[in-house]
Design a binder for this molecule. Structure first.
Ligand code: FES
Length: 486
């Protein structure tokens, strides 16, 4: 930037500059108009060196002309952020680099060029966004999401930065922060443009929190010879997940990605492994698989090699519900499923023959019932008579959503989380079935329905739905005393 020189530097467009004053008469600090917040001009060593910076601290806006300069460092007095006066670079990551302006000496008269000369504004904001993620500094995240959107950067680019960071900087892999980021990405088109910054910000804050203090994941490469057939890679991937070998699974997955298959092929590979065991990690794992697929739909599948490997440690480490007492006793739900799963290919072949099939009230009532054998039989019969798999997954999702709607607020919050997880699992199965249907994924239908069965007492007492309530709010008294007595 910014210091004057003894040889005058006079740009052709002198009129565009802001006059500060005779160099020999400059006060230690002068504020001139320009920039977005005024420009603070600091004359050091009696005007021997002159620097100009934005007069608003990039942290929270303290006027920097009230700061102190010593040894070439400008200190803001609000939270004591320090800046190199010459470059504007900060030493304190909670702040940000301050904008500098060129200083011109025209025959002893000092001018400032108020036009920003940070040509790399977008690159700088992206870099600072990564800094904010690394150090989990919410203010830095907020400011740079705002800067990027204001600069016209597509929200998908912001999602891609957050996604790549979250997938890379957490050794244990995908977690709720990336799920929230993806959910925020999904709702962006429905938000007012001014509100999109909040959605992206909340997603990124949760990604940063998940990664804070965590060891990073060390990415592997695909196999040197990528010509392995897709079916072989899928079998390897499932086998490696089966024995909880995350590294082996990652190499098989990356090789599959290198082969550049259709997104549905990769989603099927992951969903198959995600349903090889019952209701992995309380339903989280299949939901994460689906959310990773949704994130790639938002940011582009060219990012698959950066995003998808974050699922392998999760798949490999997930708790398998067949290991849980609740799934084995007093009713062995896994044993109930064994004969059905032995004929999955047959069921998949018959499913879809009746596109008009829809879930009756009786079908939904059975899913909400207390007879797991009847639930399994109802699902199997539906597929046998030709119900489209997506119609069945939709019905299970609807039944699970009703559990959430009927959850009474007098119950434990932790129990609400349980019914919520059944719903998110059922929804993940439905979304995956829509895009990459397979016989293997039908297992997720049964697992979701049996989790719904296990939740059956979490609707006691059942909350009434709005149309079941005897009176609307409009009938309530409005006088405070009458309201208290109501
Ligand atoms: S406003 Fe300057 S350090 Fe906080």
């Amino acid at each position: 930037m910014a210091a004057t020189t003894t040889a005058p530097t006079v740009p052709a467009d002198l009129d565009a500059l802001v006059r500060v004053g005779p160099r020999d008469e400059l006060a230690p600090v002068t504020v001139v108009s320009g920039g977005r917040h005024g420009i603070a001009v600091f004359a050091v060593a009696g005007g021997e060196r002159v620097y100009a910076v934005d007069n608003r601290c990039p942290h929270m806006g303290f006027p920097l002309h009230k700061g102190s300069v010593r040894d070439g460092i400008l200190t803001c007095h609000w939270h004591h952020a320090r800046f190199d006066l010459a470059s504007g670079g900060t030493f304190d990551q909670f702040a940000d680099d301050v904008q500098t302006y060129a200083v011109v000496n025209d025959d002893g008269i000092v001018y400032v060029d108020p036009r920003s000369h940070r040509a790399d504004r977008v690159d700088h904001a992206k870099e600072r966004l990564r800094d904010g993620l690394e150090q989990s500094i919410n203010l830095v995240l907020a400011k740079n999401v705002l800067a990027l959107l204001e600069a016209g950067v597509a929200p998908a680019e912001v999602l891609a930065i957050g996604g790549a960071f979250g997938a890379r900087y957490r050794e244990a892999g995908w977690r709720s922060g990336l799920t929230i980021l993806t959910a925020m990405g999904n709702i962006l088109p429905r938000l007012d443009p001014d509100d999109r910054v909040f959605a992206l910000y909340h997603g990124l804050v949760n990604v940063a929190r998940d990664c804070a203090g965590q060891p990073p994941r060390h990415p592997l490469d695909s196999l040197p010879e990528a010509a392995t057939p897709p079916d072989r890679l899928k079998a390897w991937f499932r086998q490696f997940v089966e024995v909880r070998d995350s590294d082996g699974a990652e190499r098989a997955l990356l090789t599959a990605v290198t082969n550049d298959p259709a997104p549905a092929v990769l989603a099927d590979l992951l969903a198959s492994a995600g349903t090889d065991h019952a209701f992995l990690d309380g339903g989280h794992t299949l939901d994460f698989v689906n959310k990773a697929r949704e994130l790639l739909d938002l940011i582009g599948w060219e990012h698959a090699a950066a995003i998808l490997p974050s699922l392998t440690p999760v798949l490999a480490a997930s708790r398998r519900s067949e290991e849980l007492n609740s799934w084995r006793h007093p009713v062995d739900l896994i044993a109930l499923l064994d004969p059905v799963f032995a004929r999955l290919d047959d069921l998949a072949a018959r499913a879809g023959a009746d596109p008009a099939w829809h879930a009756s009230d009786e079908f939904i009532a059975t899913l909400h019932g207390d007879d797991p054998a009847a639930i399994v039989a109802a699902l199997t019969t539906a597929l046998e008579v030709g119900a489209p798999p997506t119609a069945v997954t939709r019905a299970v999702s609807y039944a699970a959503a009703l559990r959430v709607a009927r959850f009474h607020t007098s119950n434990e919050f932790g129990d609400w989380i349980t019914v919520l997880h059944t719903f998110t699992y059922a929804n993940a199965t439905h979304q995956l079935m829509r895009r990459s249907p397979s016989a293997a994924l039908l297992r997720g239908v049964y697992h979701g329905a049996l989790s719904l069965y296990l939740d059956r007492f979490l609707n006691m007492p059942a909350a009434r739905l709005s149309h079941e309530r005897p009176a609307g709010l409009e009938t309530l008294p409005v006088e405070p005393g009458a309201l208290l007595a109501h």
